[in-house]
Design a protein around this ligand. Sequence first.
Ligand code: IPE
Ligand code: IPE
Ligand code: MG
Length: 283
Amino acid sequence: MSRNWLENQTTIDKNTQDTIRMSGILPRHIAIIMDGNGRWAVEDGKNRTAGHEEGINSVRDIVKASSQLGIQFLTLYAFSIENWKRPRTEVNILMKLLEFYLKHEIEELHHNNVRLLAIGKLNSLPKSIQKLLLYSIDLTKDNTGLTLTLALSYSGRWDIVKAVQMVALDVRRGKLSPEDITEERFASYLVTHNIPDPDLLIRTSGEMRLSNFLLWETAYSEIFITDRYWPAYRREDLYIAVNNYMCRERRFGKTSAQILTEQPDTNSPKNYFQRVMDAFNPR
Ligand code: IPE
Ligand code: IPE
Ligand code: MG
């Protein structure tokens, strides 16, 4: 079987993705809170580790499907700062699985033009993982396809507080004056400074909370929560979320009437499709 994801896709899946692309503007950035590994396993009479292991297969499928679909940014919440409080044995298993994923997937990710990034308090990760991350990020840094960001030992408040400290330092050094601290300037101090805000935030396992994920960046993200546990989550579930996102009206505080009269994005697939249809059916 080819390692190239575009050659390695069923016709049905290709057609499904074509239909999605034709029906509107894809989210540029999808962020996912991958939750429910433990419950998936326990409800199936297994131990929590089995859930984390199967969760890796979900990661593989969602990364591949996002890349094939043409999503530009995918951010996966894999481990929060608060997750360090879990039993030592579970933390160790999660770290081993992360190491396994990076070791075994990086060549295929690279081969498929994926750029890997990591955000979080990375220096609290085991040294072996830090080394693997550095290697993988460097290896894929010039890739132009999907940007896959792993949130590892990450928490939104940790990032915001760290950014405030750096802003304060720059003010003290005279490099920045308080009046110049705009939203854009502040965001440039966050670990997410080189990725756009998520358009679509998905959380699996039915929990209705952010759990300290991308607190600043999700100000205007569309939120989609599914009951599906992460280990059972596959590309068909992603398509449901993306289709749902594409039917929404993003108003950013404006009224619906304002949004409808604004200049349409003439390059969007939907408008392209509309132009083709109009050419065939002149009014
Ligand atoms: C998500 O699944 C994985 C991590 C948070 C690392 P959980 O391990 O939180 O599974 P549940 O939520 O307890 O079922
Ligand atoms: C959120 O899941 C963190 C990750 C998915 C990495 P948790 O399972 O840690 O969230 P809570 O504790 O239920 O809020
Ligand atoms: Mg959980």
